[in-house]
Design a protein around this ligand. Structure first.
Ligand SMILES: Nc1ncnc2c1ncn2[C@@H]1O[C@H](COP(=O)(O)OP(=O)(O)OP(=O)(O)O)[C@@H](O)[C@H]1O
Length: 253
């Protein structure tokens, strides 16, 4: 069936065609990397998949639900770490997780156990009762990661999972994402970090100008072409590019 299905998705904002016929499927057990230059349509696709905006045409399905017609059912079933998301400034992490637990229909004991496990895993136990406004960006990101996984969803959408995290925590989050997907869940990661995608993803899709231009399975059996080279080849000439260019300069010199 596919945990995530996108068929012929189109979405414009006025005259800007943000998504122009997107197609892909993600199965359970996959850690799928969604790569593309700035403005390629990644966030618009994720916002459609999580019921935050409606497509102009095409169809999307998440765990068999239709985020367009039943957005609450979709959002109840999935975990979401949004782009530039931050926890409410007027709550502490503990209060926020208790609130998320209520929305997610988790009993308070379960919330307490999972909150303790995540605080221990990411090292923010001492901040559980500090207002978010007094946390660093990295500490807020740890809280956002925790809320996305608190109800142990079968599908998780994550935008830039490692933003603002120190290298030690980055390693822990990478390992966690790999093991979470391996536990028969679908983890969908939008990122500009090609090295990280190459390291942890089982498959990547490269997006340009609102369409999926190529997919690549990362099973350790790849040919010599690096993911960065594939990316640069496929996004050449598309509207905005935000990848570092040293590899390109090397080939030109
Ligand atoms: N709310 C909006 N109103 C008008 N145009 C928008 C809106 N959101 C996105 N766009 C436009 O749609 C296109 C796709 O944007 P989107 O945010 O989906 O790209 P992205 O791949 O997530 O980019 P980035 O990597 O920079 O986050 C861009 O041209 C953007 O300017």
């Amino acid at each position: 069936m596919g945990a995530i299905r996108v068929d012929g998705l189109r979405k414009s904002y006025g005259s800007v065609e943000a998504v122009a016929g997107m197609e892909f499927t993600v199965e359970r057990g996959e850690l799928y990397g969604f790569l593309g230059p700035n403005g390629a349509g990644k966030t618009t696709t994720i916002r459609t998949l999580t019921g935050q905006i409606e497509p102009d045409s095409g169809s999307v399905r998440v765990l068999g639900t239709d985020p367009t017609t039943e957005p609450l059912a979709t959002r109840q079933a999935v975990g979401i770490l949004p782009e530039q998301g931050s926890p409410p400034s007027f709550l502490t992490p503990r209060e926020y997780f208790e609130f998320v637990g209520e929305v997610r229909d988790l009993d308070s004991e379960r919330v307490a156990d999972r909150m303790a496990a995540w605080a221990d895993r990411l090292g923010f136990e001492s901040k559980l009762d500090t207002l978010h406004t007094d946390l660093s960006r990295g500490q807020q990101q740890k809280v956002m990661i925790t809320q996305a996984f608190l109800h142990e969803p079968d599908v998780v959408f994550i935008d830039e999972p490692l933003a603002n995290l120190d290298p030690l925590v980055q390693e822990q989050v990478k390992q966690f994402l790999v093991s979470y997907a391996a536990g028969d869940n679908a983890v969908f990661v939008s990122t500009h970090n090609i090295d990280v995608a190459e390291e942890i993803c089982t498959r990547v899709g490269i997006v340009a100008d609102g369409q999926l231009v190529t997919e690549r399975t990362l099973d350790g059996d790849e040919d010599d072409e690096s993911l960065l080279d594939v990316f640069l080849d496929r996004v050449e000439g598309t509207a905005e590019r935000d990848v570092p260019t040293p590899g390109r300069m090397d080939t030109e010199s």
